[in-house]
Design a protein around this ligand. Structure first.
Ligand code: NAP
Length: 369
């Protein structure tokens, strides 16, 4: 303890504020101690993690004949997760609001090797729907092994531009509560099978991207909720928190929740928002996610390089905030097209190399609701 810490400690202690004295002492002494301990602990910790990863890879779960329930399976990531599970021989329960799209997905899943698929129309914002689709899955298959909570929407507007703030409330209802309700009703069955929850969150859960405040908040809430649930449940079930970067889907085609609270297709705003960031093909991303889930990963970022932004967030958050402001906000008072991100995309002509064809040329009639 240095002289200043000792003096502060004694001052608080003798003026009758022992707890404050302890805080003052910890404020000064703990940060350097924690940093030193981390340096000491990190090498063996990382080594053990590597060994466990190798072990989990070697004894990855075989999901053939097991039952997987996927919400938001009518397009994008959810649809391709269904195909990846189907190729591994899993039985599927597919949930979303567009039943006709689910039926198409189910037919392809059969062809890819799934022994049995049920299609259940459901809205994850309704707790009664979540209870119904879980019960329907159990009635049909008699068990549940993986629950994939994937349904989600992305609002895209500046906070101050929302004409009626209440119109954005569904973001939390779908992205957060939809996942929580489904997990709540599925938990007893997952415990019975020692199963898994695969949560499709987002790297936006830690990245402060302008126009995505509600989306980022909903995904941060998801991450925090499932980390806490993991500590409550211990090893009873495995929870894989997936934090994707940019993946080919209807969302990256530009299907957003507008500031008026309507689903719209706005590929130009999508270009502004994504700029020259590469978009991962959805088939490859889904394969990695299912592999990670079967391996029993606690966390999975896809594509993996996106995880490096997390370290920037931890060590220099101001740099991330400033870069995002410069690229996405500066100069956009009159038009979003003035954003630096959009200008770089236009000037470099890199779009054909960075965006998959389905994202560059979205089928407007198919995706708009
Ligand atoms: N694409 C990306 O770059 C990216 C990045 C990070 C995270 N994510 C997350 O990945 C998940 C899947 O999104 P995506 O990119 O694949 O977009 P997507 O193609 O738009 O898929 C969204 C899915 O969610 C379903 N859904 C939306 N609202 C629903 C509701 N109330 N009840 C039931 N289902 C609902 C949609 O089906 P219906 O409309 O038929 O109901 C659709 O199947 C989302 O949670 C998203 O936040 C995506």
């Amino acid at each position: 303890m240095d002289i200043i810490s000792a003096a502060t400690f004694l001052y608080h202690f003798f003026t009758g504020r022992a707890a404050d004295a302890i805080h003052a002492y910890l404020n000064r002494s703990l940060p350097p101690l924690a940093a030193a301990a981390l340096l000491f602990i990190l090498p063996p910790y990382l080594f053990i993690k590597l060994l466990l990863f190798a072990f989990r890879s070697a004894f990855s779960e075989d999901v053939a004949g097991k039952v997987v329930l996927i919400t938001g399976a009518s397009s994008g990531i959810g649809e391709h997760l269904a195909y990846s599970y189907a190729k591994r021989g899993a039985c599927l329960a597919l949930v979303a609001r567009r039943e006709n799209r689910l039926t198409d997905v189910a037919n392809i899943a059969y062809q890819l090797g799934s022994p049995d698929v049920v299609v259940i129309r459901g809205d994850v914002t309704r707790a009664e729907d979540c209870e119904r689709f879980v019960n329907r899955t159990i009635d049909h298959f008699g068990r549940l092994d993986h629950l994939v909570t994937n349904a989600g929407v992305s609002p895209m507007c500046m906070f101050e531009d929302c004409p009626d703030i209440t119109k954005l409330a569904p973001v939390m209802d779908i992205n957060f509560w939809g996942s929580v309700y489904s997990s709540y009703f599925a938990l007893p069955y997952l415990k019975r099978s020692r199963g898994k929850i695969v949560v499709i969150a987002s790297a936006a859960g830690w990245l402060p991207a302008p126009r995505m405040s509600f989306y980022s908040a909903s995904k941060a809430a998801l991450i925090s909720f499932y980390e806490t649930l993991r500590t409550e449940l211990g090893s009873e079930i495995t929870i894989t928190i997936v934090t994707p970067g940019l993946i080919e889907s209807e969302m990256t085609q530009g299907k957003f929740l507008s500031k008026e609270g309507r689903m719209v297709l706005d590929p130009q705003l999508r270009d502004v928002q994504i700029g020259v960031m590469p978009i991962r093909s959805v088939g490859a991303a889904a394969e990695e996610i299912v592999k990670g889930a079967c391996r029993g990963d606690n966390y999975l970022t896809e594509p993996a390089w996106v995880k490096s932004t997390f370290y920037w967030k931890v060590f220099c958050p101001e740099v991330l905030e400033w870069c995002n402001w410069l690229l996405l906000v500066a100069g956009t008072e009159i038009s979003e097209r003035n954003a630096l991100s959009f200008k770089i995309l236009e000037l470099t002509g890199l779009k054909p190399f960075l965006y998959p064809p389905s994202v560059q040329f979205p089928d407007l009639t198919e995706t708009s609701r």
